[in-house]
Design a protein around this ligand. Structure first.
Ligand code: ZN
Ligand code: ZN
Length: 134
């Protein structure tokens, strides 16, 4: 079981299944949404994601068509992204996890949009956009 929560503690969830497609996304939308150089995220089956409390505190912003980024309306922590075209999967930003998910980002995506003030200093593969199956 992997637990996650928002900054104010109002929203809590548990993940009971594997996280896949784990990567650091450097796209401008993730940078804005997270106020950071990149967003580390993984995908989880929606059936393996369970709200423990605070689902009513969630607000969703459609950052691109059909792509709904959910955050706590009290503290602003990004919690998950839902997709209109695929309800079976969520994208979860690792910054809100409280437990070690046991997996680490395997690549850098959207490096073509990378912040000019950030240098990637690891050896993970870099992709201008999203690689296949991520
Ligand atoms: Zn909160
Ligand atoms: Zn992104």
């Amino acid at each position: 079981m992997i637990r996650g929560s928002c900054l104010c503690g109002g929203v809590r969830y548990e993940i009971s299944g594997p996280l896949s497609a784990v990567l650091n996304c450097h796209c401008s939308v993730c940078r804005k949404a997270h106020g950071s150089a990149f967003r580390s995220r993984g995908r989880v089956a929606s059936k393996d994601f369970k709200w423990m409390q605070g689902e009513d505190l969630m607000t969703y912003f459609e950052s691109s068509p059909g792509n709904r980024r959910g955050f706590c309306r009290v503290c602003g922590s990004p919690i998950l992204t839902k997709f209109d075209n695929d309800g079976s999967v969520y994208s979860v930003p690792f910054g809100a996890l409280d437990d070690d998910p046991g997996v680490q980002p395997q690549l850098h995506a959207y490096v073509a949009s990378k912040a000019p003030w950030h240098a990637i200093t690891d050896e993970l593969p870099q992709y201008d956009e999203l690689p296949p199956k991520a």
